[in-house]
Every structure is written in C-alpha cells, then in structure tokens.
Design a protein around this ligand. Structure first.
Ligand SMILES: Cc1ncc(COP(=O)(O)O)c(C=O)c1O
Length: 423
C-alpha cells in the first residue's frame, strides 16, 4: 500500500469512521472509471465484474449528457408541472405488466421498501411481514427490524417471520417434499402472525434471492407463497433492487421470470446509473387508496434531472439491446461455470441466471467461505473484481454492469480459471 493510500484510510477512519466496510485485504484506491473498467491510483485497470449500479456502464456518455442538459435547464421537486418526470414515468411503466401502472418515486431502495410496507400496512390493516431468513431490504428502522442478512442492533420485530428458502442444489430430499415442507413452514408463520394479532400485511422477497446465495428454487414455491399470502389477505412486494432492469437476461423484471404477480414492486440501484433514484410501482387502486389518505411528498425524488437520467438508462438499454446481451453472455458464462463445477471438487454448483452468477464452494459437505475469499482476492490480483454472498459467505458473486460485453467475458473467465487453479 502506498503512503497516499494509507493516509487516505487514516483520514477515512477519522471522518466517516472505520465501520463502513471496505472490500479486500488491501483496499482498492480508485480514481476513475469508464464502461466496465476502473482505473486505480497507480494507473492500473480493473475489470468490473461486481457493480450493478453503473448499469449501462460507468460514466456513460448518454447518461452524462442527459444529466448535464437537464441540470443546466431545470431541477425542481414535483410540486410544479414539468414534462420530464411524466415522460419518464410513462416509459418506465410501459416496461411493467399492464396492471402495474402507477409509480411513487423515492431516492433509495430502503425508502422504496419502507413506503411499500407502509402502503401494505394501510391497505390490509395488518402489520405482519414475512421475509427470507437471509435477506436485506434496507436500512430504516422498519427494515432493520426485518433484516436477517446483516448484523444490526435491532432485534427481529415481533411482527416479522423469516422463511428459509431452500436450494435444490444442496437438497438431498425430493423436490416435492422440499416444496411441501417449505410451504408448511409458511402456513405455520401465517397462523402464528394471525394468532399474535398482527395478521399478514405483506411478504417481501427479492425474486433472485441474491443475499441468500442464488438458491435454485423448487418448482411451485413462488406460486405457493403467492397463494398463501393473498389468501391471508396480505400483499406481495417484489424487491427488484437487485433483480430488475433486465439483470436476468430474459425479463425486464425478476418477478416476471418466476411467475410472480406482485402488488407492489420496489426498484433502485441500477435505475439511475449512480444518480440516487428508486421507486415503488403499483396499481391504480393501491395508489388511490394510499395517495388519498396520505400526503406523500419527497423533496428530491422524481426531480427532472433524475428523470432525464432514468430515461437515458432505459434508452441505452433499448438501443444497445443490453438485456439480450446479458442473456447471451449469461448463458455462456453459466456454461463455463458449470464446467468449472464439474472440474474442481471444491465447487458444489454453478449459481444464478443472466448476469447475476456465482459458484458455491464447499468441502466435505460444509460450505467453504475461506476458498471463496481466496478466489475473490486472487481475482483482484489478476485485476478482475468480484465478491461473495450467501448465508455462509461461500458463494462467489459475479454481477457486472449490464454493459459487460462478450469482449470482457474471456478476461473474467481466464482470471477465474487461474484463481481456481491456484487453490
Ligand atoms: C435487495 C435489496 N433491497 C433493498 C436495498 C436497499 O437499497 P438502498 O441501499 O438503495 O437503500 C438493497 C441494498 O443493497 C438490496 O440489495
């Protein structure tokens, strides 16, 4: 580490504090980025195989132009009429199923999930929430009280139940038995919420179950969850912060891939390519019910600059056919990961879909987080950035910008092969 980098860490600790995590044994000190490449303080280039926020590429020209044009014209909140936010709303809503035709804008995924839960609570007059047993949906008090994937001081709230999402890649039981047992567990949770007087307001899931380590779900699980939550009077909230905007390669929204019919959909991360933008998409009836009973205002959300940026992201996706690119690259990457899984006995399975992929490491039937960490560090030494996920931190996380192209894939796979060989 250079003294400049060491000094920066000291200054960082003295200002934003040492508890905000940094990746890698020796943190990366970055100065710029373009497309899918970072440049660090030494002028070294790193391939970004991790970041989903710069969806259409770091410092994308079209996004920058939209940001600058609109910033030099008008930036104001939603209490004045302006075309920009309505144009964008129409374009965004056109990507959803017909019944999801209204949008509330927010600035972060946390705010979006908080608002979705609030809408669900008011609609159902219930408080109970069901999430998975290793998930993260944001950092407000309400969301901290249902966080299971990160360390928080808040205990799980009395009105929260956590469902274990099974992974068929790790199961020894028959698929039908896994499905039956999981849905029976869910039935028990619904009954316990009702008995405790909370009732069911919502279930909140990321359809890729990314924090959970990208499990391969038993067929029928999503349909079974939906039926039971709706029968109990609750709403389905699809958290698309990770799985949305074409990430899966086949569908614009992750919920569509798994056949979910959500009542509320929350968006974030890639929406503004780095501009803080998020939203709750819902139906006219839910918007009417909530909007007429609450004056909802958000100073920064839905401003024309963010709308211009959001529009540029959608246009870039469309004109460069990035979702289709993710499908093609995802398929070849997944095939390569499966080859690795067949070749190295410490890899239990290849995970994921589209360009959200991983490798599950295990030794003697136990998860192997040390190996995952070694590979992540070794990839960094080869100037390719990835990370790890899962309840045991043993699943590699490969989730590059959607702009990641066929030209970069061999670089990532070669580095991965060399890192796996090293183990
Ligand atoms: C699935 C999911 N939902 C919500 C959030 C919270 O989003 P934000 O950090 O924008 O508040 C995150 C953040 O990592 C997330 O991964």
């Amino acid at each position: 580490m250079t003294t400049t980098t060491e000094n920066l860490i000291i200054r960082r600790n003295r200002t934003i504090g040492p508890h905000s995590p940094l990746f890698y044994n020796e943190p990366l000190h970055l100065v710029s980025a373009k497309g899918v490449w970072f440049t660090d303080i030494h002028g070294d280039q790193y391939l970004d195989g991790y970041n989903n926020v710069p969806h259409v590429g770091h410092c994308n020209e079209r996004v920058l132009r939209a940001l600058m044009d609109q910033s030099s014209r008008l930036n104001v909140h939603t209490r004045y009429l302006n075309d920009r936010v309505i144009d964008y709303s129409e374009q965004l809503l056109a990507t959803f199923d017909d019944y999801l035709d209204r949008v509330f804008f927010t600035n972060s995924g946390s705010e979006a999930n908080e608002l979705a839960l609030r809408i669900a609570r008011q609609h159902t007059h219930n408080k109970g929430v069901i999430v998975s047993d290793f998930s993260y949906h944001g950092n407000t008090i309400t969301l901290s009280e249902l966080t299971t994937a990160l360390h928080t001081q808040e205990a799980l709230a009395d009105h929260v139940r956590t469902l274990h999402i099974p992974d068929m890649d790790l199961e020894t039981r028959e698929e039908a038995e896994v499905l039956r047992a999981t849905l029976a567990e869910l039935d028990g949770m619904i009954t316990s919420l009702q008995d405790a007087g909370h009732g069911v307001s919502a279930c909140l899931f990321d359809s890729l179950f990314s924090s959970e380590g990208l499990p391969r779900l038993p067929h029928g699980l999503i349909a079974g969850i939906m039926d039971r939550i709706h029968a109990a009077g609750g709403l389905i909230i699809a958290d698309e912060v990770q799985s949305g905007f074409g990430r899966t390669g086949t569908h614009m929204w992750g919920y569509q891939r798994v056949g979910m019919h959500p009542d509320l959909v929350t968006l974030g991360k890639p929406m503004g390519n780095g501009q803080p933008m998020a939203a709750v998409v819902t139906s006219e009836s839910l918007l009417e019910e909530f909007g007429s009973a609450n004056m909802f205002f958000n100073t920064f959300a839905g401003n024309p600059v963010s709308a211009a940026v959001g529009e540029a992201v959608l246009l870039e996706m469309r004109d460069r056919d990035l979702m289709e690119q993710a499908r093609i690259i995802g398929a070849s990457a997944f095939a390569a990961l499966n080859d690795f899984a067949a070749r190295y006995d410490f890899i239990r399975s290849a995970k994921g879909v589209g360009t959200f992929l991983g490798l599950d490491f295990g030794v003697d039937g136990a998860p192997a987080p040390d190996l995952a960490k070694k590979v992540v560090e070794s990839m960094k030494a080869r100037k390719v950035l990835i990370a790890k996920i899962g309840p045991h931190d043993n699943v590699l996380k490969v989730r590059p910008p959607l702009a990641f192209s066929a030209a970069e894939l061999p670089i990532l796979l070669d580095a991965l092969q060399a890192s796996l060989d090293e183990i």
